[in-house]
Design a protein. Structure first.
Lengths: 95, 416
């Protein structure tokens, strides 16, 4: 697989480390009343779709940036690559 | 037809014209007492034990392709019970005991071969960890032997014991571990279930569940709706997809695991071996092919094929352990979609939907679990209570904190 890094251009996926579902960006509020349940959900339960999947990859052997890669889990085709920072900011996080 | 030496002789003398198909090809009925979804090892074993141990024969197994077309037909056939944690030990040892009597039980040659499994270690901390695991196994009544370098050298002259970076210091040996013929296990259980009246329905994909008022009353399939009082889902790599149809999210990610086999060679590897310093494990099939694999590719996948960097990494491990493997030619390589759970251990449990049961999270190690997995799921479906050997394999164990994490890797499926 080739990941088209937004800053560095096409890079071999072997340079990256995979974390998982990009939903991991949306960390629950630890002060919420039902924080324990929300964290169980956040840490352990997954949609695990067959098809389009947004996921976090870390460019460990490169510029050490986190990326959100949109990839088809049936074909391994990558359709979009974004900086995780941009995605997090767009979702209202402060960094 | 009962199989025996006499039968082989009789058939041989009459031109082998009398062999019968192993199972019927029934049309699906409109309803069953119990529907099992998925005709891999766990599905057919569950159906077998429902009929055999509980006398429940109004049962259908619905398989979207052919029986054994999933991971049951793609694994590297290693069986063992060398686990560290109590939640796993009783279960896998129960499975090992069932393997030991399986062929007599099924009247079918599953080629169970207790040729042993050795986990190699290469430094002092690894030796300590192996000794700890071996002691835990011995305390649980499971056989374990710590082999030193000299004993291993006699057993495996082909290994590179003096590799500069990863010298072999010893290994943890489970003598009763070994291999079995993957397809034959499925066929043997399927034949046994069919003979007791279970309908095995192939080319029948489950596309939805009939859930009303929190109760599962049947399934939708590509061959029409089928009613059922109880539904047991055994779909391994497709767990997330299928349970999603029932509105459930699971502590599971689907990942691809690859394996390779070489051309047939003379016997060179006595048992199954795992390399302790890289992602490589190996055994030799009865035909002589060297069967080997390593780690997951590491990303979510339903593709049943992986990428070359992982194969390269596995082959590097192989070259470090046994440089002679570099002369062998790989004949085939393939991938299977494995249901990686958040702690690397499986589930055999009910669900929030009444009448809907689930087994999964088998990761890369559910082949050896087929006998006990089928037995325990059948017990749960038939009696409503978990079998003691599988009592820890609950779906809510992350919420309660009772995780079974053999590697201590945390909720990161690609690290288990
Ligand atoms: C390369 C590789 C090597 C492995 N090596 C080992 C090993 O050495 N030792 C070991 O113990 N384990 C090993 N495993 C793991 C083991 O193969 C699996 O954990 C085990 O086979 C899973 O259980 P199963 O046999 O029931 O799954 P499967 O055979 O995958 O059965 C699931 C079935 O469900 C069917 N299905 C899916 N969706 C539907 C639907 N909607 N409707 C109807 N049917 C459906 C599928 O077609 C499939 O036949 C390995 C796996 C792989 C991929």
């Amino acid at each position: 697989m080739i990941i088209d890094h937004p800053l560095l251009g096409p890079r071999d996926a072997a340079e990256f480390v995979y974390l998982g579902d990009a939903g991991l960006i949306d960390r629950p509020d630890w002060q919420a009343g039902d924080a324990a349940r929300r964290f169980d959900d956040y840490l352990h339960l997954r949609d695990n779709p067959a098809g389009e999947h947004r996921e976090l990859w870390f460019h460990e052997q490169g510029d050490r940036s986190w990326l959100v890669v949109t990839r088809d889990t049936l074909t391994h085709e990558i359709v979009r690559v974004e900086l995780a920072r941009d995605v997090a900011l767009a979702r209202g996080r402060d960094r | 037809m009962r199989y025996s030496a006499l039968q082989i002789l009789r058939q041989g003398l009459t031109g082998n014209r009398g062999w019968k198909p192993l199972w019927r090809e029934p049309q699906p009925k409109q309803r069953y007492d119990i529907v099992v979804v998925g005709g891999g090892g766990h599905g057919v074993a569950t159906a077998y034990y429902l009929a055999k141990a509980h006398g429940l024969t109004d049962v259908a197994v619905l398989e979207k392709g052919w029986l054994g077309s999933g991971n049951a037909g793609r694994n590297t056939t290693i069986i063992r019970s060398n686990y560290l944690l109590p939640g796993n030990q009783a279960f896998y040892e129960f499975s090992m005991k069932l393997w030991e009597g399986l062929e007599r039980e099924l009247n079918y040659n599953a080629m169970v071969s207790q040729r042993g499994i050795v986990n190699l270690f290469h430094n002092d901390p690894q030796r300590d960890a192996a000794a700890r695991r071996g002691n835990a196994m011995a305390l649980a009544g499971i056989d374990a032997v710590l082999l030193d370098r000299e004993a291993l050298q006699r057993k495996f002259p082909v290994f590179d014991f003096d590799n500069e970076r990863f010298p072999i210091k010893g290994g943890l040996w489970q003598k009763r571990g070994g291999t079995a013929r993957h397809d034959a296990v499925v066929w043997g259980y399927a034949r046994g279930a069919d003979r007791r009246g279970v309908d095995l329905i192939q080319n029948c994909e489950v596309t939805g569940f009939d859930i009303r008022g929190g109760v599962c009353r049947g399934v939708e399939t590509t061959r029409g709706a089928i009613g059922a009082n109880r539904v047991a889902v055994c779909v391994a790599g497709s767990s997330g997809r299928v349970m999603g149809l029932a509105g459930l999210r699971l502590p599971i990610e689907s990942h691809v695991l690859q394996a390779c086999v070489t051309e047939g060679l003379k016997p060179v590897i006595d048992g199954a071996i795992t390399f302790g310093a890289g992602h490589f494990y190996v055994c030799q099939s009865d035909k002589g092919g060297i069967v080997f694999g390593g780690d997951l590719d590491g990303y979510n996948s339903y593709a049943q094929r992986g990428n070359l960097p992982t194969v390269e990494d596995v082959c590097e491990g192989g070259m470090a352990l046994m440089p002679a493997i570099g002369r062998a030619r790989v004949l085939r390589m393939w991938g299977g979609v494995v249901d990686m759970s958040m702690d690397g251990s499986p589930f055999i449990d009910g669900t929030p939907v009444d009448g809907l049961y689930f087994t999964g999270g088998w990761c890369y190690g559910g082949f050896k679990a087929i006998p006990a997995g089928g037995y325990c799921l059948a017990h749960l479906v038939a009696t409503g209570a978990p079998h003691p050997a599988a009592a820890a394999m609950r779906l809510d164990r992350f919420a309660t904190g009772a995780v079974i994490d053999e590697n201590g890797a945390g909720a990161q499926p690609n690290l288990h």
